[in-house]
Design a protein around this ligand. Structure first.
Ligand code: PBG
Length: 331
């Protein structure tokens, strides 16, 4: 039946019918909140490129943990910023490292599900996600270290370790390591489809993890030899499929908004929970534009997060989680 009998506006004529007929939901069940814990600070400090987000000292975590719990956020993704860095990122697997100490504290003082970012770039002096050789990033040597990082995080209480280095075989190697050490119940959320993106800019400033230019024969060009090109549309699906075979429990697409097509394809192709990371640049763009009044912050966050859900993500890692949870309570 066509116009004038079919009039879709009948479905939009009042708030209640709009509520009844919408079919994409967004709730606090959908959010994982990133938390930055930094060594060597006394008080929480606002992160310059991420307005409303903070670096927390180890002793200042309670505040944000209880905020998450009171708002009903299911979990946190923990990032550490160590005082000392070296060539192989030793602080990343130190049992007394900042993330390991924070993990123990979080598990003791909160019921949040704890995800830990499992990577080396915040911990290496050169800012790359693994160790270097003349050939560039040495994949298999780096796997040995990432495995140690994952085990130390599991030991500290991580419920899920989250490898984000985009190295080949990282999920397999971590799974084997965890199982061997008796951490069979610790899960893996893999940053499976992680693109080499300019949208990580504010995070790298916040985490002091921008890759340095390496002189000499090493074949490195930013993170292009390990993170995926945004011109590749089938590779992310191969990456996800391999990670599933290697034992991932949850796979991630990152960033989110510029890659909704990938989230959609992944959700149609695989029966596994898919997370999407609304990354620092996506967050900062909305924050900055709303500051000048050009867009409404609340509407823009809700719209972008619902789009990410609509494309098929099961949940979203977002810096806006706490604000959005509050807005959802109010509406
Ligand atoms: C570490 C890591 C990065 C992000 C999450 N984990 C940075 C990078 O790959 O350079 C980015 C998150 C964000 O931008 O919010 N490998």
């Amino acid at each position: 039946m066509r116009f004038p009998k079919t009039r879709l506006r009948r479905l939009r004529k009042g708030k209640n019918v709009r509520r009844l007929t919408r079919d994409v939901s967004l709730s606090k069940d959908d959010f994982l909140y990133p938390i930055f814990v930094k060594e060597g600070i006394e008080e929480k400090r606002e992160i310059e490129g991420l307005p409303g987000q903070f670096h927390y000292p180890l002793d200042g975590l309670e505040e944000v943990l209880s905020e998450c719990e009171e708002l009903g956020i299911p979990g946190a993704l923990l990032f550490g910023i160590p005082r000392e860095k070296d060539e192989k990122g030793s602080e990343a697997f130190d049992s007394e490292g900042i993330v390991q100490r924070a993990g123990k504290k979080i598990k003791k003082s909160s019921k949040l599900t704890l995800f830990t970012d499992t990577c080396l770039c915040q911990y290496t002096s050169h800012g790359h996600c693994g160790v270097l050789s003349d050939e560039g990033l040495d994949n298999d040597e780096s796997l040995k270290i990432l495995k140690k990082v994952a085990i130390s995080q599991a030991e500290a209480g991580a419920d899920y370790v989250s490898p984000s280095a985009m190295l080949d075989g990282q999920v397999k190697s971590i799974r084997e390591g965890l199982d061997k050490e008796g951490y069979g119940s610790v899960g893996i959320m893999s940053y499976s489809a992680k693109f080499n993106s300019s949208f990580y800019g504010p995070f790298r400033a916040a985490a002091e993890s921008a890759p340095k230019k390496i002189e000499g024969p090493s074949k490195l060009d930013g993170r292009k030899t390990y993170q995926m090109s945004y011109r590749a549309s089938d590779q992310p699906l191969r990456e996800i499929s391999l990670d599933i075979k290697e034992g991932a429990d949850i796979v991630m697409v990152k960033p989110a908004l510029p890659y909704l097509d990938i989230i959609k394809r992944a959700s149609e192709s695989f029966d596994i929970p898919i997370s999407a990371y609304q990354v620092s640049g996506e967050y900062a763009m909305i924050k900055e534009t709303s500051r000048s009044g050009l867009i409404d912050e609340r509407d823009a966050f809700l719209e972008s997060l619902v789009s990410i859900k609509r494309s098929g993500a099961n949940f979203i890692i977002t810096y806006a989680a706490l604000d959005v949870a509050r807005w959802l309570d109010e509406s």
